[in-house]
Design a protein around this ligand. Sequence first.
Ligand SMILES: C[S@@+](CC[C@H](N)C(=O)[O-])C[C@H]1O[C@@H](n2cnc3c(N)ncnc32)[C@H](O)[C@@H]1O
Length: 315
Amino acid sequence: MELGSGLGRKIRLLLEAARGAGGLERVILFDVNERSIEEARARLLADYPGLELGGIVGDFASGDLDLLGRSKGRLAVLFAGTIGNLHPSEVPVFLRGLHRCLAPGDAFLVGLDLVKDEGRLHAAYNDAAGVTADFNRNILRVVNQRLEGDFDPAAFEHVAFYDRERAWIEMRLRARRRLEVRIRRAGLRLRYEAGDEIRTEISCKYTRASFDALLPGTGFRSEEWYTDGDRLFALALLRPSPRQDSRLPLPGRPREADPPPARQAKGSRRLRKSNLRKSVSRVNRVRTPCCFSRAARCASGTRLPRTGKPLVTSR
Ligand SMILES: C[S@@+](CC[C@H](N)C(=O)[O-])C[C@H]1O[C@@H](n2cnc3c(N)ncnc32)[C@H](O)[C@@H]1O
């Protein structure tokens, strides 16, 4: 089961590796973006015609993991640094949800971007070609397109910096001038002064210790830790631990200064107006939950994500 499967490029590595061991019986692609799943399925089926290939459109951070059902003999994977886009207080909630879909002996392989040289991080998020800046501003185009907004993306400057205390990269958009924006489908009218900032994304960087610290109470234990030679990235292999109860209360509470993102209501087909209102109203004060980013970016396909709806259950 590949969570956040995108175009399904990395699952090919597992398909190839599994060939020698009898092959994978079945693959489930799980992504919030329906168009990605459709494209990934078409490409994978062209190259692996015998593969049983399912797809589920859902938000793994909002309870939709239950759509995976319960079964045995499963490997869940979440590649790239996607888990880093969750606020650290959301990770245990996500893991407990995933734990419910796995049985003893199953596993979860998760990619992590590691804490590294700050200059390197800064350069990656402030690339000279402006790719990240364009990606960052794209959220405004998506809001315009999907929610009938009238943001002028050019009126916002890309800002990305490493917050050492929280060990995350934060991306913001800073208004270059005073402007007023309407988001018609959300019934919002926003005013920005020059210098006001919108927090659009966080990308958490982990160490083995900081990631392992999130595991108690989730039902998972860490089994292996794989890194590249330069220790820039890691893959953590987690196992459901039968002795741990994933229904235990979560350890710790998010700090007041870091409110966890507001949630899209489970099963709702579009971003709830009230949630968006909450998100956007905090935007002006740089308190934006990352779900503003996630929800808008996830909606960047031509259709709204059909949250909670299995797209394809099998071939
Ligand atoms: C950085 S891309 C990685 C794609 C692919 N796994 C790879 O490594 O090439 C992140 C993917 O996760 C999906 N995604 C992000 N947040 C998600 C969420 N909360 N629920 C489901 N999918 C999500 C995005 O739509 C996107 O396809």
